[in-house]
Write a protein that binds this ligand. Structure first.
Ligand code: S3P
Length: 441
């Protein structure tokens, strides 16, 4: 049985919506809340499968988490830096790369061994990017011959801080090493080739941990403690992305997306859509718990293709499935380069999106590190089709909103993983005006 989305052609997006909490911040709230001294109160937590996998993993290491009334409200009873207990079973992290990579960094600092497992997609994703630098810090992690999960993380090895230059722009790698650095003797300094999301850095400071940032480097010294705090998690810009693109491409749309995180390391989608001619107004900008938050008003506008500046790529890394749909509806060509990381996400997002775009009749040419999409009239517009999401949540949602501009129904198979990041997507999208239904077959 597979979950299928069927989105009918046409319509527009109207009214006011609130998307679920930020996935990256939700994961980190559990991890740091668990290691802190005292009670961390979280609101706006994303109750999606990925973040719940992190929550369950910490519960099975002895962390008590209460769920007082209210969606997304958690009380995490921190156990302190040395207070986690050995789990009795492997930790199942499902589809979640963030859980596996960040937790590997955190678990090398524990006194006990852990085994980390995931679903077939996660079990194919590259883990050497964390295993190798963690080994330089003195950690021991066993993986498959191809450097993938299951991972056996050996505890009880003394760690030392390192200075490490990341070979790829990855917030997951940076965060894994920062978490290991908390347990290392001396200083850990990480230098990134391009800015990536800095939620770990902001949250560590929110928990009272000293951290130094100089240009593209961040450093901390191990051995400190975390002080419990309150965390108010904003809506996820990566989930808002589908509504930003949907309202931009669908004539007659005028949609307000409330309370969305607009951390500057995440706003590539806003830069890219605006450069394509989108009409997006950033309203009521405010700071909530160390993160920038705003309401976004988006109205339909004619889009044109652009060459996407490579420096924006890491700032929009999860938004390309949605952005490729915008490109398909834009006039002229859109060219993406410098995005090879898309090939190692929940699916190979360059190939999966190119296949899907071709299925709806769009002229899309994948390249090793990007794509060229001939948009709008040049491509003849989109027709209906059946799309295989390959179990990738963001591919499924991207093609659902494509129906707003397709000439016929778009049917998407293998959509269950939408629940990893966006539970309630179908209900919320329907309320805003997308004609979509979900069923199993
Ligand atoms: C994330 C970092 C990004 C992103 C992922 C979440 C994070 O991954 O794609 O969805 O929370 O740190 P990479 O670090 O692999 O780019």
């Amino acid at each position: 049985m597979a979950l299928i989305f069927e989105a009918s052609s046409g319509g527009s997006l109207q009214g006011t919506v609130r998307v679920p909490g930020d996935k990256s911040i939700s994961h980190r709230s559990i991890m740091l809340g668990a290691l802190a001294d005292g009670l961390t109160e979280v609101s706006g937590f994303l109750e999606g499968e990925d973040t719940l996998a992190t929550l369950h993993a910490f519960q099975s290491m002895g962390v008590r988490v209460e769920r007082p009334a209210g969606y997304g409200v958690l009380h995490i009873h921190g156990v302190g830096m040395q207070g986690l207990r050995e789990p009795s079973e492997p930790l199942d992290l499902g589809n979640s790369g963030t859980s596996m990579r960040l937790m590997t960094g955190l678990l090398v600092g524990q006194a006990f061994d852990t085994v980390l497992v995931g679903d077939p997609s996660l079990s194919q994703r590259p883990m050497r990017r964390v295993i190798d630098p963690l080994a330089q810090m003195g950690a021991l992690i066993e993986a498959s011959a191809t450097g993938t999960a299951p991972l056996r993380v050996r505890g009880g090895h003394a760690l030392r801080g390192i200075a490490y230059r990341l070979p790829m722009a990855s917030a997951q790698v940076k965060s894994a090493l920062l978490l290991a650095g908390l347990y290392a003797a001396g200083r850990t300094t990480l230098t990134e080739p391009a800015s990536t999301r800095d939620h770990t850095e902001r949250m560590l400071m929110g928990f009272g941990y000293d951290l130094e940032q100089h240009g593209s480097s961040v450093s901390l010294t191990g051995g400190g403690r975390l002080r419990a705090t309150r965390i108010d998690i904003p809506g996820d810009l990566s989930s808002a992305a589908f509504f930003l693109v949907g309202a931009s491409i669908a004539p007659g749309s005028d949609l307000l997306i409330e309370h969305v995180g607009i951390n500057p390391t995440r706003t590539g989608i806003l830069h890219i859509l605006k450069a394509m001619g989108a009409n997006i107004q950033i309203m009521n900008e405010r700071i909530v718990g160390g993160e920038s938050v705003a309401d976004l008003r988006v109205r339909h506008a004619p889009l044109h293709g652009i060459a996407i500046p490579p420096e924006w790529v890491p700032l929009a890394i999860d938004e390309f499935p949605a952005l490729f749909i915008a490109a398909a509806c834009a006039e002229g060509d859109t060219t993406l380069i410098g995005a090879a990381e898309l090939r190692v996400k929940e699916s190979d997002r360059i190939q999966t999106m190119a296949d899907g775009l071709r299925a709806v009749g769009v002229d899309a040419t994948p390249t090793p590190d990007g794509m060229v999409i001939r948009g709008g009239a040049g491509s003849g517009g989109m027709h209906g089709a059946e799309i295989d999401s390959h179990g990738d949540h963001r591919i499924a949602m991207a093609f659902a909103i494509a129906a707003l501009r397709a000439r016929d129904t778009v049917r998407i198979v293998d959509c269950a993983n939408v629940n990893t990041s966006f539970p309630g997507f179908v209900t919320l999208a329907s309320r805003a005006g997308l004609s979509i239904r979900a069923f199993t077959a």
